[in-house]
Ligand binder design. Structure first.
Ligand code: BES
Ligand code: ZN
Length: 457
């Protein structure tokens, strides 16, 4: 094992320059202008999987962006890991808030800054390098491995469920590993056992065929910008509770033991608030911040657009108003059911003075797993060896839609072993990844394969 670890330590600069090349590809799945970049990124990923010594590398068409597949299946009797991650990234706006260009990775004070650094290219690359170190130094892996990297995670994994169902037997494995989440805090590695789900919509309101002079027509017609504000105001009450009838019906209540476990975590609420720059924290009454973010559903406005937003003043009644809204869901809420009750309520609270178009953009199921499987113990040991500290167990507020599909279709448990940090600006300007965690993550990943290899497949 020593030669593997030494190899990793001496490869640091080479890793950073290859990761820089990977991060330079603007694989933004949400923007049609970037389809060629996404395709190029899939090919780069496939080439890299070949370079590190994996076999059967191929791009598999899905009807959307391709899945990159590779495997190494020469450890008879040992378990098979299904590794999943994504090579697509989020858009970069607002561009003017980036200190260095989002697709020119820059190292400053031990962090690499670029779109995709933590979410998720940096973290999948960490496993590519762990595999490479094992294969190059020992000629083998301690486990069998199948890897699938998708290019649509950031847009709701549109074609991935179908892909998993269509390739059920080829994807047979014993455990799924994903590194696409933050650790609990700096120096506090964690294993995550729950994710929220999502239901995402666009709301379009139209008042008139064209914008109008607000003096000539103000008072005679409804203003869609104002109507939109009134409609949105009816989604949540002042105590932070979502008002859609039936919204909480399937929410699994928090157990006392879980609340106690959350309360024992080293969480400093004051620090959290100041780090966020929020004048006050706000959320559903009677729940702590961690409970609100990990175990309670929410309704959020993701974006709003209406009327004149340029410099100065323009007296106008906008013809249209648009909002992007989404709900984060927890077990046992079903995205389809939530979508239906949301649409029904939205139609009810929208006045007839405007026309309403509602479009469902994407969704994903919430997920939660038991901690009593041997893979969790193995991961705990690996993390302790790699990071010098046993992991805490946490849930997360974000979503990885395919995780519930792995459970339901393939019957597989998932280990969410993330090495990001909560303040690494995923989805925001100045996304970054701590290089110390990246390097420890490569080492811990080799330990993870080794610990899982000790279990029988
Ligand atoms: N890496 C995140 C998921 C994540 C975020 C896990 C925070 C744990 C904590 C992933 O890339 C992501 O952003 N997912 C989307 C999914 C959505 C588009 C269906 C999300 O959560 O918004
Ligand atoms: Zn993301």
């Amino acid at each position: 094992m020593h030669t593997v670890i030494d190899f990793i330590h001496t490869s640091r600069d080479r890793y950073i320059s290859a990761l820089t090349e990977y991060l330079a590809i603007p694989s933004i799945s949400a923007l049609p202008d970037h389809v060629d970049d996404v395709a190029r990124c899939a090919r780069w990923t496939a080439d890299e999987l070949g370079r590190v010594g994996l076999e059967n590398v191929r791009l598999i068409e899905t009807g959307g962006n391709p899945v990159v597949y590779a495997d190494w299946l020469h450890a008879p009797g040992a378990p098979t890991i299904l590794f999943y991650g994504h090579y697509d990234v989020q858009p970069v706006d607002p561009l003017d808030q980036w200190t260095s260009p989002p697709f020119e990775a820059t190292v400053r004070a031990g962090e690499i800054y670029a779109r995709g650094a933590v979410d998720d290219k940096g973290q999948i690359f960490m496993h590519f390098k762990a595999v490479e170190a094992c294969l190059k130094q020992t000629g083998r892996l301690p486990v069998n491995m199948k890897l699938i990297l998708e290019g649509e995670e950031e847009i709701g994994s549109t074609h991935l469920d179908g892909f998993v169902r269509d390739h059920q037997s080829e994807l047979a494995a014993n455990v799924v590993i994903i590194s696409d989440s933050p650790m609990f805090d700096r120096g506090v590695p964690s294993l995550c056992y729950g994710l929220r789900g999502l239901s995402y919509f666009q709301i379009d309101l139209r008042g008139t065929t064209s914008d109008l002079h607000s003096g000539s027509f103000g008072g005679a017609v409804a203003n869609p910008g104002f109507v939109l504000a009134q409609v949105l105001a009816q989604m949540k009450d002042r105590a932070g509770r979502v008002k859609i009838p039936g919204f909480y019906d399937d929410v699994r209540p928090l157990l006392d033991e879980e609340r106690e476990a959350f309360a024992r975590l080293p969480f400093n609420e004051q620090q959290y608030r100041t780090d966020l720059g929020a004048p006050r924290l706000f959320g559903e009454r009677d729940y702590t911040t961690l409970e609100r973010v990990w175990a309670r559903p929410t309704f959020e406005v993701n974006g709003l657009l209406s009327g004149f937003t340029g410099d100065g003043a323009k007296t106008v009644i906008p013809a249209v108003a648009m909002a992007k809204v989404s709900m984060r869901l927890v077990p046992d809420q079903e995205p389809d059911t939530i979508a239906e009750i949301f649409e029904t309520y939205l139609r009810k609270v929208t006045p007839k003075t405007v026309t309403l178009d509602v479009t469902r953009l994407h969704g994903g199921k919430p997920w939660m797993t038991e901690l009593d499987n041997p893979f969790v113990q193995a991961a705990g040991r690996a993390i302790e060896r790699g990071f010098g500290r046993a992991p805490v167990f946490n849930r997360e507020g974000g979503s990885i839609p395919v995780v519930s599909t792995f459970q339901e279709v393939l019957g597989l448990p998932t280990l969410l072993f993330g090495v990001g940090l909560p303040d690494e600006n995923a989805h925001a300007p100045n996304e970054k990844l701590n290089l110390g965690n990246f390097l420890n993550g490569i080492i811990a990943s080799t330990f993870l394969y080794e610990e899982i290899g000790k279990l029988t497949g």
